[in-house]
Design a protein around this ligand. Sequence first.
Ligand SMILES: [Zn+2]
Length: 420
Amino acid sequence: MKSLNRRTFIKTAALLSSASLAPKSKAIVMNSDQSFTVVIPMPIQVVIDDVGWWSGKDGHENQEPFRTGINRNHVPEDYEAIIHLGKALGIRPQAAMVMCEWDTKNILRDLPHSTWMGKEWNNEKWVGPWLEKTADLLSNNSDHIELTVHGIGHEYWTNGTFTRAEWADMQGVMRPPEHIKKHLDYFGKLLDQHGLGPMPRSFVPTAFRHGFGPTGDHEQSLAAILKQYGIDYINTPFRVMANAGDVQHGLFGIDSGVLTVDRGQDLLTWDTIATPPRGELSGPTCGMHWPNILHTDPGRNHEIVETWIRFLEPYDRSFDTFLAPDSDLFRQQLLHHQLTGIHQRDGRIEFDFSRTDALDYIGERKRFLIKVLSPNALDFQASGMRILAQKAERQENGQVLMTINVERDIAQKTATMVIV
Ligand SMILES: [Zn+2]
C-alpha cells in the first residue's frame, strides 16, 4: 500500500480543506460516467478600505474621522504592501480610497460637509513629496492595485460635528442627492490633482452605511447616481444594508443596473495591525481595512503581506473558487457562477445563459472561467464561445485540475464544450 509521506499528507490535507472553505457552488456537475467534474467557480476579490489617509489617528472623539486607527502616520511603503500582495498573487487588490488628505489646493473649503474643518479646511500639513512618490507608485503598478471610491472625509459634518457616514446615515438613508453628486465631483478633482484618474468604476460606502434601492424620501437610489459617474459595482456587507431583503440573487443584487455585492464578514477588525489573518472567507469578497495588511514598523510590512499570500493562495488552487485577476473578471464571473446553468448531456457540457442575460445590469457578461477535475488532462472544443486560455495541473491526489478561460459569443443564449 502506498504510504503518504508527511509533507504530501499535509499538502493534500490543506488542499482538501481549502476546497471546502467557500460556500459550495450550485453549478458543480459530474459527467455521467464520472470521468470529469466541472464547475463555474466562485471568484474571490480582495477589497481594502480606508486607503489614502496620511494620518493614522482615530480622531472620532475630537470630531475628526475614525481614519485607520493606528499609532503612526501612513507612508508610501503602506501602498507598496498592497502592490506586493497584488504581484505575488497575480491579482489587482482594490484600494477603497479616502481622498481628503491628498488635497494640495484646499478645494474642500467649498465642500464643508466633507471635513472636520468645514470652510476653514487647511491640508498643508499633508502636502509633501510623499504625495508624488505615492502617485507614481500607483500609476506605475496599476496592474496590481485598483483604486475604488470610498470617500472624501469618510463621515458627514454639520457645523463641526460629524454623523456617520459620508454617503448615508446610520439607517442607510442616502444624504441629499446634490451633496452626493458634489462629493463624487470632488473625489474626481482630487484624483486629477495627482493624475490618478479616470474615475473608478467601483464603490465601497464608508462605515458600510448604504441602502439598496431608494431610501427615505429620495426618488433615486445611490446606485442610480453612481451610475451617472460610470460606477457599475458596489461592494458592501448586506447584514447592515437598508432594504437588504430586496436583493435578488443571494450574493449580489442589481440596483438601477449597478451590481451590488455582499462583502460578508471581514476576518479582522478595522484597526488590527501586525496580525496574520485567521478564519475562513464566507463569500466572494476578502474584505479588510488598510492596517490589516500592515505592520507597526513599515519596514516590516512584507511580513504581514506574506501571511496574506499564504492565506489566499489555497483559494486559487481550490476546485470551486479562484482569485479573480481584476474586478472586471470578478464581476462577470460572479454573474455566471450564480446564474449560468451547466448541464451534462451525452458527454458534452452545455451552458445556459438565459438567466444571466435576463439581468438588468449595465456591465459585461462575456468572459468567465471554468474548472474541470479529471483523472487525466482533457482537450475541449467549444461552440458558442471561444477558449482563450487553459492550463492543467496534477494535484497531489493524482487528479488533474484544468482551468479554462472562455469568452462567449454574446448573441448565443447557450454554448457547448465537448472532449476532443
Ligand atoms: Zn471606511
